[in-house]
Design a protein around this ligand. Structure first.
Ligand code: F3S
Length: 406
């Protein structure tokens, strides 16, 4: 991979140890994936923040901070294992809380914004065509597909390395040719709500794997629903970019010519999705027939203001059943916007716990006495059995509200 003089200097360690380590990671990645050079990035988003998942990598962060590592571009971080303000109501000891705070302070010490959300795009505008180095597969999918920005599926270490250098290797989804579609999904059934889109995502992700799906037949789909689609596809497959005909920015740009849209000038494979397959996708995300699971969960990825509003409307005049719990997870930024409109007060009055900075997947759910959940998120339903060891019921939001309220 070609390096400029300045990049060579960093690689030789002339700008300090931490920049050198970061540059080594980027050069190794660039060499593996055949990148021709490094390109500047607008921002980095780093995963690997929860004490539950970070493990020994804390030592690596400690070392970087001791050596004075500093982010060179705006950088944000993913959720951690607890709500920083309400941790005492969670299954978290003081020691665990302090260990989690230490991790966050290590990132902050490097100049990283302690956003603690998987929806950094709600906090800061992302311009179409800009290059990013984001970890967190749902955010990657959102940035590439809905915002027309460009990022590969970074891991925590490579996103951090990119933050410390301010650049990323130019390969994969940074290049026009890799952003063309190759897997046509013809949706032949009407869809509505995050769970329909999550079910579709879980289904398509398995078939598409790392290809770029292009959807036809999706009408009047909101950004919230497409967020759910992308998150589920990134979980069940490794989809980092998709297009929706007539909707997403790159389809609109490329709609003039097939050679600009399709990698081979036409779809490599076409699949059809009908109502029966969608129903099967719901069943495959449900691991247990339990009627009223221990915990209802909404907010994977973290809720937008309109999603908070939707839950508040559905909960009007209702209360969470005794002995059951209902969590809604969002970012502190979205929570403060929703607070102004009185939405949070309404949710809390109905018995919903609104948690920020965290989610069910990265917190200690079993320790909270939860053995089963019900959710409208395809991604959470897909991951919860593996990462939280709980049973899952996957359902539509109005149905969830009906089941867990009185
Ligand atoms: Fe976000 Fe947690 Fe889901 S980090 S995308 S809410 S698994």
């Amino acid at each position: 991979m070609y390096l400029t003089r300045e990049e060579e200097r960093i690689l030789r360690g002339e700008e300090g140890y931490t920049s050198q380590v970061a540059m080594r990671i980027l050069v190794a990645l660039g060499d593996i994936f055949g990148a021709d050079r490094l390109i500047p990035i607008e921002s980095a988003h780093i995963s690997g923040v929860s004490h539950k998942t970070l493990g020994d990598a804390v030592d690596f962060l400690e070392k970087l901070q001791e050596e004075g590592a500093k982010a060179r571009v705006y950088s944000s971080i993913n959720p951690c294992g607890l709500d920083l303000e309400k941790w005492a109501e969670m299954p978290v000891t003081k020691d665990l809380y302090e260990a989690q705070l230490r991790i966050i302070s290590l990132y902050s010490g490097m100049g990283v914004d302690p956003t603690l959300t998987c929806t950094p795009y709600y906090l800061k505008d992302v311009r179409e065509g800009t290059h990013l180095a984001w970890a967190e597969s749902s955010a990657i999918s959102y940035a590439n597909s809905l915002l027309g920005a460009r990022t590969n599926r970074e891991g925590g270490p490579s996103a951090l390395a990119a933050a410390l250098v301010g650049k990323t290797p130019r390969y994969g989804l940074h290049l026009d040719e890799n952003r063309k579609g190759d897997y046509l999904v013809d949706v032949q059934t009407p869809l509505e709500g995050a769970s329909d889109y999550g079910a579709l995502g879980a289904l398509v992700g398995r078939g598409a794997e790392m290809r770029v799906p292009v959807f036809s037949g999706l009408k009047e789909c909101s950004r919230d629903w497409l967020k759910s689609l992308g998150a589920a596809m990134a979980a069940s497959g490794a989809v980092a970019l998709y297009h929706v005909m007539g909707v997403t920015p790159e389809w609109l740009l490329k709609s003039r010519s097939d050679s600009q849209l399709w990698r081979e000038g036409k779809p490599e494979e076409t699949v059809k999705v009908d109502g029966r397959q969608l129903k099967d996708a719901y069943s495959s995300l449900t691991t247990s027939p339990i009627d009223v699971p221990d915990l209802a969960f909404v907010g994977c990825p973290h809720c937008s203001v309109s999603e908070v509003e939707e839950v508040a409307q559905l909960m009007e005049g209702k209360k969470v059943k005794g002995g059951r719990r209902f969590w809604l997870c969002t970012s502190r930024h979205v929570k403060s916007l929703a607070e102004k409109g009185g939405l949070i007060t309404r949710l809390e009055a109905a018995g919903i716990k609104v948690y920020c900075d965290t989610c069910i997947i990265v917190t200690w759910l079993k320790e909270a006495g939860v053995d089963s959940i019900i959710t409208n998120s395809g991604k959470a339903a897909y991951y919860a059995p593996q990462f939280c060891n709980v049973e899952v019921v996957f359902d539509r939001l109005p149905e969830i509200v009906k089941r867990v309220t009185e």
